[in-house]
Each structure stands twice: as C-alpha cells, then as structure tokens.
Design a protein around this ligand. Structure first.
Ligand code: PRP
Length: 182
C-alpha cells in the first residue's frame, strides 16, 4: 500500500535524550536503592532503544525482560484493544519491577499492562515513559517518570515507528506530511 509522502523534523536531539536518561536513571536508582534485583520490563517493540540506553545508565542489579503489547498495529490510530502478543519470560511475584514504555498516548497500553502485571503480585511496580502526550489521554494514567512531554504530533525515531519504519533514527522526529504518495 502506498504511504503518504512525509519529511521528518528533529524534535528532541540524541544529546538531549541521553542527558535526560542520565537524570532519570539517578532518580530510579534512589527509588529502588537497596533492591536485590530490579526487573526492567521493556514493552516491545517501541521501547527497545530506550531500555537499552536506560539500563546502561542504571547503577543497580537488573534483570531485563520483555512484553509485547500492541494496540496500533500498522495503523496510526489506537484500536483501544490491547493485545498481549508476547508475555514475560520470568516471574515478577515479590519483585521490584520497572515497566519501560516509549510513549504514552491514549494510555490504553500502559494501563492495561500495569493492571495485568499487578495481578502477579510484584513487591513494587513503577513505570517510565520516554515521551508523554497528555493532550491525547483517554485513560487517567501517568508514568512514574516521564522523559519529555510533547505536543500532539506524530513522532518517530529512537525506537518509535511509522508503519514499522524510522525506528532506527537516533533522535525523536516529528512527521510532516508533504502531500502526495511516497
Ligand atoms: C505504541 C507505543 C506504545 C503505545 C502507546 O505501541 O509503543 O506502546 O502505542 O499508545 P497508547 O497510550 O495510545 O496505548 P504500538 O502498538 O504501536 O506497538 P510498537 O511498540 O510495536 O510500535
């Protein structure tokens, strides 16, 4: 299927993201200081770049696990039905858990995942989102830590896709549709 033509304008530079992650990692360390192990759960696929950079800044014993939840598929609109496509490999009962999300938009994905994981009895469960679009929220949820609040623009890069493309950009960019088909 032909995609509309678009260009990408840098919104948040790789340098700004790195600086913010350093600060967030310090806050997470002080919250979970003394933990025997923090289970860092990345929500696939969008968080794969963020979690990779975040765990390397985290001065704590960590275990990394992944969960795949999808509400958008290849569409730009949330289906509001969150499907678990891949569950965690490990147990989280009685453990410290940090859920890592790339972006909170309507809030459906994060609220669904948090509700699901809480049924498994973690000792403590906190959340972090690199990006937050509060103007799009339909479910009243906010991550414990947010990297950047952004306006309601279609963003790509640093793990985030448009129809599965542009996840490999090292920065966050805003998609600007230019008319016509690509
Ligand atoms: C995107 C994004 C978040 C979610 C946020 O995932 O990665 O997980 O949507 O939207 P929400 O707050 O409206 O639920 P997507 O389903 O596109 O999967 P992906 O991570 O594999 O790109």
């Amino acid at each position: 299927m032909a995609q509309p033509a678009y260009e990408i304008d840098e919104m948040i530079s790789a340098k700004s993201i790195a600086a913010r992650i350093e600060a967030l990692a310090r806050e997470i360390k002080s919250t979970f200081d003394g933990t025997d192990k923090l289970i860092v759960v990345g929500l696939l696929r969008g968080s794969f770049v963020f979690i990779a950079d975040l765990v390397r800044e985290l001065d704590l014993p960590v275990e990394v696990d992944f969960l795949e939840a999808s509400s958008y598929g290849d569409s730009t609109e949330s289906s509001r039905e969150v499907r678990i496509l891949k569950d965690l490999r490990g147990e989280i009962a009685g453990r410290d858990v940090l859920v890592v999300e790339d972006i909170v938009d309507t809030g459906f994905t994060l609220s669904h995942v948090v509700a699901l994981l809480k049924t498994r009895g973690p000792k403590r469960l906190e959340t972090i989102a690199l990006l937050d679009k509060p103007s799009r929220r339909e479910i009243d949820i906010r991550a414990t830590w947010t990297g950047f609040e952004i306006p309601d623009e279609f963003v790509v890069g640093y793990g985030i896709d448009y129809a599965q493309r542009n996840r490999n950009l090292p920065y966050i960019g805003a998609v600007r549709f230019t008319g016509g088909a690509a």
